[in-house]
Design a protein around this ligand. Structure first.
Ligand code: NAD
Length: 257
């Protein structure tokens, strides 16, 4: 789907994490159809294969956990060696990691860490791997996919998720200060609920027509969000003309009260 803005990412190399479903897949496609060399990773091999097979232009995919420092270094290093550059990093991997609400006094340390590693530490490790290429080039765009859960609270109740996304917003602000002098901008998008992954789609369906109508009453635009809405916001931060914007978090939620 075209965004109606003239972005040209020919000759740009873009890393997209969490590209096996929903937002990450849509973000990978948005860059691929604008000429970028897209390198996409995820831990979900089957989903990643689907992403590659339906891509509007060839993309490179690899099964990598963003929580695995060595795997991330190899993946980003191969993209750098293979294309000669790393221009744009989109840290989309994360989500709820299959978890549901548990009272805070019952959560295992492992469950807490799994969500933190996928949503926050993973972004940190990808930034560590990508910044040498960006510093060398004097150019870079880092875009973190946070969440309204990091700005407000999450209806899922998952404490680690809200904490990780708030942390990602903090990391975005802090890195913008550190990396600006190298020509690297660091921004975040904060989506509202978008039924684009199996969990989100099932939850949306379970609301039924009346529940869905009531949910949309709480959205200014009165419609459900699409993955492309988030991809368009990512493209906004990646384009040349927004080079003076850094350290920002943009809600992409159709307008909430
Ligand atoms: N869809 C929404 O409603 C919504 C709202 C706000 C924020 N977000 C955020 O947007 C991003 C994409 O969400 P989504 O709904 O498209 O999918 P999602 O939340 O189901 O998961 C994102 C992807 O990350 C992958 N992933 C998880 N842990 C990983 C790891 N350690 N290494 C590599 N990949 C890993 C998953 O396999 C999945 O493909 C997530 O970070 C999510 O938290 C989504």
């Amino acid at each position: 789907m075209a965004v109606g803005l003239a972005h040209d990412f020919n000759d740009r190399t873009v890393i997209v994490t969490g590209a096996a479903v929903g937002l990450g897949r849509s973000i990978a496609y948005a860059f691929a159809e604008r000429g970028a060399a897209v390198w996409a990773c995820d831990i979900d091999a089957a989903g990643l294969m689907e992403t590659a097979s339906a891509a509007p232009a060839p993309i490179t995919t690899r099964v990598v956990s963003v929580a695995d420092r060595a795997g991330v270094q190899d993946f980003v290093g191969d993209a750098w060696r293979g294309t000669g550059r790393i221009d744009i990093l989109v840290n989309d991997a994360g989500g709820l990691c299959g978890q549901t609400f548990q009272p805070v006094d019952e959560i295992s340390e492992q469950d807490w860490l799994t969500v933190l590693h996928a949503n926050l530490t993973g972004a940190f490790l990808c930034v560590q791997a990508a910044t040498p290429a960006m510093k060398q080039a004097g150019y870079g765009r880092i875009i973190n996919v946070a969440s309204n859960a990091g700005l407000h609270t999450t209806v899922t109740g998952i404490q680690a998720y809200a904490s990780a996304k708030a942390g990602l917003i903090g990391l975005t602000r802090q890195l913008s200060q550190e990396l600006g002098r190298f020509g690297v901008t660091v921004n975040a998008v904060a989506p509202g609920a978008i039924p684009c992954n199996p969990y989100g789609l099932a939850k949306w369906e379970s609301l039924g027509p009346e529940g869905q109508r009531m949910a949309l009453e709480r959205v200014a635009m009165r419609r459900v969000g699409h993955a492309e809405d988030v991809a368009n916001a990512v493209l906004f931060f990646a384009q040349e003309s927004t080079r003076w914007i850094t350290g920002q978090t943009l809600s992409v939620d159709g307008g909430r009260p």
